[in-house]
Design a protein around this ligand. Sequence first.
Ligand code: ZN
Length: 154
Amino acid sequence: MAIRNIVKEGDEILSKACRPVEKFDDKLGQLLDDMAETMKLADGVGLAAPQIGVLRRVVVVDVGEGVIELVNPKIIRQDGEQRDVEGCLSCPGEYGITMRPMHVVVEAKDRFGNTFTVEGEELKARAFCHELDHLDGILFKKRAIRMLKPEELE
Ligand code: ZN
């Protein structure tokens, strides 16, 4: 495993759409391992492949229940609404208020190419939505109702 450098806002790779994964090989496993390690070190709850410079539809999420690996993920159901503060490892020190669904169901493939579904509520739903947005080149700031001012940050 290796720690990868996290791409910061301003790098055009973060605004590009990612291509689906077609080969479920060792290289994908390595990418997922590196992403999980990089996310953990950065103390994040999610990381998308473009954030380490890889334009593939791959995401890892960990809201404290263990790492969830999502390959070619899509939201197949969403309901409810939540309003909360959101940040991004690619936009250090910046936070904004966004609306997200309260509950989502994501369909994805695992590292071996098996299809599965996973549900998320509250923070987990927010993390899924945030990371899946990255795969389409969308940063949370575009979704933000407003960004927090420096004096609002603790
Ligand atoms: Zn992010």
